[in-house]
Write a protein that binds this ligand. Structure first.
Ligand code: ADP
Ligand code: MG
Length: 347
């Protein structure tokens, strides 16, 4: 047997140490499956971690902490304070300032299709309370005038100033960013396998399944109850925005929670859902909302022009047609019962 090289010796010692530790203290439980379901960020989250119970407890605590920072409806949240600051600067805690900064960058890069100041319109339609109503055209025109992310001033550091009449809502990006924070924390704890379903099709997959095979995530049929397709994911985030996720109907018309910042009304771009896949949860969440507003043609042009953002997309149109960008050719397949559906690959 060849002598261990200098470089290999520490590795061998570490392995021996780990085995001894496992034998003596039951460290093997670190790879145990631990799962829980919680209600946070206005949705049901299913969290599965192959790691100690402590790792899962840490995930849950972090979600509640971030929820408190990002909520626009919780009267104790810094975003609520900002929205009621009447034109005076507000100091945000670190995570809220970090998310606001990155969200504003996505607002800029999407040319305002994502606009975190759409909140007064979201409220006017009743999506924050469930008291749904269809605002008049005059009201919508007035609301649209106040939607403008460029009026949000984030000073170096964490002080933010917004003009009166403008309100901020991080709802379109909060779950994706939360997934990124959790992934970083779990990886720092050497968790190699976890599936964080943060609700409304916001998924963060850490590593692969414990057996080494990729995670298989169902893509909802926006026009039905079942899964239209299956996506294989490994160490990747995914986010879906769809008109079927949160909506109400009045006089036979459906109104959903994704707002076109130009009109202050639900975005009608011909898309029923948009799924974005990227290593960044924030990119998935922010871009799925923005691409839903843009529609298929503009959204495809955006994907072609922004390859550096490292994302792929599944567009499902109102008439049920499926379009995927070329990076998903290997990982996307149609689900049982949908095999006849035509899938167009965009390149
Ligand atoms: P969900 O939060 O249901 O997963 P999204 O990520 O698409 O769905 O975010 C939708 C939420 O973002 C809405 O509930 C609303 O609070 C807010 N929102 C709606 N339209 C926009 C928009 N164009 N830009 C930014 N935020 C928006
Ligand atoms: Mg989103």
């Amino acid at each position: 047997m060849p002598a261990l090289t200098r470089a290999r010796r520490p590795l061998a010692l570490a392995l021996a140490g780990a085995m001894l530790c496992a034998l003596l203290t039951g460290c093997q439980q670190k790879d145990e499956k631990n799962e829980t379901t919680i209600f946070a960020m206005d949705t049901v989250m299913n969290l599965t971690v192959w790691g100690g119970q402590e790792a899962l407890d840490g995930v849950v605590a972090a979600i509640y902490d971030l929820e408190r920072q990002f909520s626009a409806t919780d009267e104790n949240s810094p975003i609520y304070t900002l929205n009621h600051s009447a034109g005076t600067a507000v100091e945000l805690p670190e995570a809220a300032a970090g998310l606001l900064d990155q969200a504003l960058q996505l607002c800029r890069v999407t040319g305002g299709a994502l606009d975190i100041t759409a909140y007064p319109a979201v409220k006017a339609w009743g999506f924050t309370t469930g008291d749904y109503r269809v605002p008049s055209q005059t009201e919508l025109d007035a609301l649209a005038c106040h939607i403008d992310y460029s009026t949000v001033r984030l000073e170096p550091g964490s002080s933010v100033l917004i003009p009166e009449g403008v309100e901020v809502d991080l709802g379109a990006v909060a779950k994706g960013y939360t997934g990124d924070v959790l992934a970083e924390e779990l990886k720092a704890q050497d968790v190699a396998s976890a599936l964080l379903d943060l609700g409304q099709s916001s998924i963060l997959a850490i590593g692969a399944k414990p057996d080494g095979s990729p995670w298989r995530i169902g893509i909802q049929d926006p026009a039905g109850e079942g899964y239209l397709g299956v996506l294989k994911l490994e160490d990747m985030a995914m986010g879906t925005s769809g008109g079927y996720q949160r909506y109400f109907e009045e006089d036979g018309v459906r109104y959903w929670h994704i707002i076109d910042p130009d009109t202050a009304a639900p975005a009608r771009s011909g898309l029923a859902s948009v799924t974005v896949v990227s290593p960044s949860g924030l990119t998935c969440d922010g871009l799925s909302t923005a691409l839903f507003v843009m529609g298929l043609e503009e959204g495809t042009a955006f994907w072609r022009a922004h390859r550096s953002l490292e994302f792929d997309v599944i567009f499902i149109t109102d008439d049920g047609s499926v379009f995927i960008t070329s990076g998903l050719e290997e990982s996307f397949s149609l689900a049982q019962g949908y095999e006849d559906r035509e899938v167009t690959v965009l390149s």
